[in-house]
Design a protein. Structure first.
Length: 58
């Protein structure tokens, strides 16, 4: 199902204020500029820097 398009349009990365997009599996919002991904829990984006995971970690 994913997040509402209107919600995605207004959300921004809390670290750099850049654009975010939904991951393919719809479990994260991704900021390419910061190389961070923020979890989406029960359909609610958790946009806290301390909850973010690095895209560079394996």
């Amino acid at each position: 199902m994913g997040l509402d398009k209107e919600l995605l349009d207004i959300l921004a990365c809390p670290v750099c204020k850049g654009d975010v997009y939904e991951s393919e599996d719809e479990n994260f919002l991704v900021c390419e500029k910061c190389r961070l991904k923020f979890p989406v829990k029960e359909g609610i984006p958790v946009m806290l820097p301390e909850e973010a995971l690095s895209l560079d970690e394996k």
